[in-house]
Design a binder for this molecule. Structure first.
Ligand code: NAI
Length: 349
């Protein structure tokens, strides 16, 4: 198999090269992102390996199909940046559905605790010889209500940690897990009752701007919102207005709806032209990390492992139409929610 890997950073290469010792695929690494323009570089390759901010819309897919690429192997769980409806029947899309829910859930907690106890401000103050506590007041997690939107792998892991703090858990999920011992409520009730809201659902047409001005207005004035899922779950303009009005207590964001232009890269010598991003960074009750929730040793090892397993399955698939691509996704998976026909070991197409 010949694999071309887009949007590669040195850490990706390190983990992918190590895993490839077991497979010996021919790999080409590209630093740039996958776009309709760069897609032609994939000519002669069987598989394109891509990441969260690559542009895998219809135009890119058409070029990939034209140059003979058979599959897109996402080295991540989310695939909202892939036009899976357009890809259906033309090119297989596989992903890494589970690598370390702990990595993401623990980062959500790290963001939450940092924001609540103002560790980001305390760190800078003490380094400057300022040992004053004004402005650093937090609240106990114990006894507070946490509202979790999306109770999949990461959401449930986040819930487990919150229970350890002694928090009361509410959840919203259109596909509730009846055996998880979780109190499910409507999203509006969750927002109006919670002291902490954490988003753990995928970005889909249905969840785009799930948290808009109206929903933000339901939140308690001191409540904080944590987003480690996908930026466009929150309407950033509405969030900025809510923060300016003091309508919510703060926001901890690992993702941002226009992150593709800036995240994962060093722009410290540039002028940041995204006014919403700079406004968010200017609030002392907003914490932004650069889509790093997945970034642990264990997660990168697992991502490399599953990505290569997926590619190996594709290579078997070439000769045997019956091979089951367990990690394939298509628009029907979303349509059927938790009850996709793939459960019966059928490929998407
Ligand atoms: P999962 O598929 O196990 O769980 C997602 C849950 O969201 C499911 O229970 C599903 O029923 C629920 N859901 C679907 N539509 C919903 C809606 N409209 N409202 C509320 N819930 C809804 O996925 P997992 O592994 O827990 O990941 C969740 C998300 O985390 C991913 O979709 C991805 O966007 C994000 N993520 C972020 C990372 C980061 O580094 N910041 C790394 C990995 C994932």
């Amino acid at each position: 198999m010949k694999v071309i890997v887009f949007d590669t950073k040195p850490y990706d290469r390190k983990y992918l090269d190590k895993e490839n010792e077991r497979y010996g695929f021919e790999i080409k690494y590209i630093e740039g992102k996958l776009t309709p323009d760069t897609a032609k570089l994939a000519a002669g390759y069987d598989v394109v390996c891509a990441f969260v901010n690559d542009d895998i819309g219809a135009a890119t897919i058409d070029v990939l199909v034209d140059v003979g690429v058979r599959a897109i192997a996402m080295r991540c769980a989310g695939y909202n940046n892939v036009d899976i409806r357009h890809a259906f029947g033309k090119i297989h899309v596989v992903r890494v559905p589970k690598y370390s829910p702990f990595a993401v859930a623990e980062h959500a907690i790290a963001l939450l605790m940092t924001l609540n106890r103002r560790i980001h401000r305390a760190y800078l103050r003490t380094r400057d010889g300022n040992f004053n506590l004004n402005g650093l007041l937090g609240f106990d997690m114990h006894g507070k209500i946490v509202g979790v939107v999306g109770t999949g792998q990461i959401g449930r892991c986040f819930i487990d940690i919150c229970r350890g703090f002694g928090m009361q858990v509410l959840a919203y999920d259109p596909y509730p897990n009846p055996n998880a011992g979780i109190e499910y409520v409507s999203i509006d009730e969750l927002l109006s009752r919670s002291d902490v809201v954490s988003l753990h659902c995928p970005l889909t047409a249905e969840t785009h701007h799930l948290i808009d001005a109206k929903r933000l207005s339901l939140m308690k004035p001191n409540a904080v919102i944590v987003n480690t899922s996908r930026g466009a779950l929150i309407d950033s303009a509405a969030l900025i207005e809510a923060l300016k009005d003091g309508a919510i207590g703060g926001a901890a964001l690992d993702v941002y709806e226009e992150e593709a232009q800036y995240f994962f890269e060093d722009h410290s010598n540039d002028v940041i032209k995204d006014d919403q991003l700079t406004r968010l960074l200017s609030f002392n009750n907003v914490l932004v990390t650069s889509h790093q929730a997945f970034f642990t040793h264990e997660a990168l090892e697992k991502i490399a492992e599953v990505t290569f397993e997926n590619i190996a399955n594709l290579s078997a698939f070439r000769g045997n139409r019956e091979t089951y691509l367990a990690n394939e996704v298509c628009y029907q998976c979303e349509k059927f929610g938790g009850d996709c026909p793939k459960k019966n070991h059928k490929n998407c197409f």
